[in-house]
Design a protein around this ligand. Structure first.
Ligand SMILES: [Zn+2]
Length: 302
């Protein structure tokens, strides 16, 4: 990530949960013993974006002297026994939600914030989701909770597509076997989807997203791309397609995702495929990097 301190000089890990073991002098929002989960971003609270509530797009991003923190990105994160967090970045874990599930719920904070940017209301609409990774699998559940009545999922890995079906995708397309744009057009009688969410970040998925949205529809980009990508932007302009982005888990969306989880409208359990003790952090990262056993979320536990 941009502005990340050099490897070896800071503690990474931006999705974590734990117990409060100490509080600052003025803190009365939390007490020792509370179970909490974090969001990564704390804005500087002094720039115009922060004042307007857009703290994940802080104008002092990465400037620690001005008070900005993004734990696990620009300041120390959670792959440790202890971490320091501002009260603004903590949420109490509801009873019945485990630390592991709470940790993964931050993965739904980003798509939830993106969906809010894209209007946040999808009653009766058809949504296409590209990429059945952790964020895509959360996005499926979130658009369901926000009223979408039909969800089409495209991706390449069969095991993940199966989980997508379990979590609410009505139509599942393996894009190795079938052109995903043609599949979405077919499933929507040639209209295209009302909303397309790119959670894949592939070389072609932005272009595909534009082409599978209906005229006047919306495209939401949640993925990070590996580098510059090519897309037929004119196709979007000619058809009045609106493109939205999101940065991080803004809008206190982690807290709201946690509420959805506690209410049973979101599940994190199927995403947790591996667990390792913290001292085996290298094994955990190897598992993710080498895709050993098709990992989705690898959780480190004490
Ligand atoms: Zn700021």
């Amino acid at each position: 990530m941009p502005q990340m301190p050099p490897y070896g000089e800071f503690i990474f890990g931006h999705e974590y949960a734990g117990d409060i073991v100490a509080v600052g002098k003025t803190v009365d929002e939390f007490q020792v013993g509370d179970r909490v989960v974090v969001e990564a971003h704390m804005g500087c609270r002094r720039c115009e974006n922060c004042i307007r509530g857009q703290y994940t797009a802080c104008l002092n991003y990465g400037n620690r002297a001005r008070g900005h923190r993004a734990n696990g990105f620009t300041t120390n994160g959670g792959l440790a026994e202890y971490a320091v967090n501002h009260v603004n970045t903590l949420y109490r874990i509801p009873a019945g939600v485990s630390y592991e599930e709470a940790t993964v719920v931050m993965t739904s904070g980003s798509p939830l914030f993106g969906l809010e940017n894209a209007g946040g209301y999808f009653a009766g609409e058809t949504v296409a989701v590209l990429g059945p990774g952790p964020i895509g699998l959360m996005a499926i559940q979130l658009v369901r909770a926000l009223g979408a009545t039909r969800v089409i999922l495209t991706g390449t890995r069969e095991s993940r597509l199966r989980i997508g079906r379990r979590l609410g995708a009505d139509v599942v397309v393996n894009s190795r076997e079938k052109d995903p744009v043609a599949a979405v057009m077919e499933a929507t009688q040639g209209k295209g989807a009302d909303l397309v969410i790119d959670c894949a970040g592939g070389d072609e998925t932005f272009d595909q997203s534009i082409k599978m949205s209906k005229p006047g529809g919306k495209v939401l980009l949640v993925a990070f791309y590996h580098g510059p990508v090519t897309a037929d932007i004119s196709h979007a302009v000619r058809r009045n397609v609106t493109i939205y982005t999101e940065r991080g888990e803004g809008g206190t969306s982690v807290g709201r995702a946690l509420a959805l989880l506690a209410a049973g409208r979101l599940t994190a359990k199927p995403l947790i495929t591996h667990q390792f003790p913290l001292r085996q952090v290298h094994d955990a990262i190897d598992t993710l990097e080498q895709r050993t056993g098709d990992p989705l979320k690898v959780v480190l536990i004490p």
